[in-house]
Ligand binder design. Structure first.
Ligand SMILES: [Zn+2]
Length: 53
């Protein structure tokens, strides 16, 4: 099994997951996000997109 495949945010390229472990969140390398329209996007970029219109 390859455990190396992680989804990345289509906007900022950060590693994204739908569930961030508290200890991982501290590292700041993985962001919480969602899978939308065949692309992963982190919550940060999702919120920015809303403002941008
Ligand atoms: Zn992002």
């Amino acid at each position: 099994m390859v455990k190396n495949i992680a989804p990345t945010c289509r906007e900022c390229g950060s590693v994204v997951t739908d569930h961030v472990e508290p200890e991982v969140r501290k590292e700041g390398e993985i962001k919480e996000g969602k899978y939308i329209e065949n692309n992963w996007i982190c919550n940060e970029c999702l919120n920015q997109g809303k403002d941008r219109q």
